[in-house]
Design a protein around this ligand. Structure first.
Ligand code: ADP
Ligand code: MG
Length: 272
């Protein structure tokens, strides 16, 4: 089970994305980015964070450690923002905490060079989990101690919004044209050869076991949390086998990073 902490102080909201995670301190003296169960997309976002976070970790990608984080909404009583107040009130109980990386910087493709091997591993992983939220517009990657860290896996595993069609979703292609690491010539075939054999049903079920029962209970069409875990495992195991054949790396969309210099995009041009 993920380690468990209790939030002791609400520090500040993080307003970059849409879901309004909060920075909190906890009783283990750690500082965490808290993802609230009462946020717009609710508990499925947290399920995706846990499953992808654990899977990425097991595959050797850098992701902040996750914890089960208990929240008593009274810790936010002095928070003046009404939106934050409502979010905290709707999130009493179990939430997700993510180790806060102090001093990290948002990934900037002009300032940070990624090897095509690492880019390949990240793009392949995102293809596996269907991540639509790692584009040049919103990279959801941080640079910390000189390394690239992956955050924000809430917008993945979209098949779980429609379980009856989920098996077919295992076949769905992945368009990586707008991916923030597309300009780094990602070697997805190589990454697939290295990582896909490791994405076994056993590994996936170990990762799925970390999803709290509370967030899987009462899923329509399933007998209980373990049946939902098995469904995630089945779809991802199947997808892992062939997804590398269906990754597209085309031209980025119009207002994309085409302003990036040729030496960065690998499409020719002078080194300016
Ligand atoms: N573990 C972390 N360490 C440091 N900063 C973080 C961490 N997680 C998130 N952030 C910051 O908070 C912002 C919002 O978090 P994110 O997980 O992307 O949620 P959302 O996009 O749903 O609001 C990020 O863009 C990043 O700047
Ligand atoms: Mg985000």
């Amino acid at each position: 089970m993920l380690p468990e902490v209790t939030a002791t102080r609400y520090v500040t909201p993080l307003r970059e994305g849409g879901s309004l995670p909060g920075l909190v301190e906890a009783d283990d003296l750690g500082t965490y980015v808290m993802k609230f169960v009462g946020a717009g997309q609710g508990r499925k976002t947290l399920v995706a964070e846990v499953l992808c976070g654990r899977l990425a970790l097991r595959l050797g990608l850098r992701v902040p450690a996750l914890v089960r984080a208990w929240l008593d909404p009274v810790i936010g009583l002095s928070e003046p923002d009404e939106e934050v107040q409502a979010l905290l009130k709707g999130s009493g109980g179990l939430n997700l905490g993510m180790d806060f990386l102090p001093g990290s910087l948002g990934f900037d493709p002009l300032a940070y060079q990624v090897s095509s091997e690492e880019a390949g591993r990240v793009v392949w992983f995102d293809a596996l989990v269907g991540n639509v939220d790692r584009s040049w517009r919103n990279p959801n990657m941080l640079v910390w101690h000189g390394d690239l860290w992956l955050i924000d896996h809430g917008a993945t595993l979209v098949f779980h919004h429609n379980w009856p069609t989920a098996r077919a979703a295992a076949e769905r292609p992945y368009d990586a044209s707008d991916h923030a690491l597309a300009p780094f010539a990602p070697r997805t075939e190589e990454a697939a050869a290295e990582l896909a054999p490791r994405v076994t049903e056993e590994l996936l079920s170990e990762c799925a076991a970390e999803i709290p029962d509370e967030w899987l209970a009462d899923e329509p069409g399933f007998a209980g949390p373990d049946a939902v875990r098995a469904a995630y495992t089945e779809v991802l195991a199947s997808r892992a086998r062939t997804i590398h054949e269906r990754i597209t790396l085309g031209e980025p969309s119009k207002d994309g990073p085409s302003q990036a210099p040729g030496w960065l995009t690998g499409k020719g041009g002078d080194a300016k």
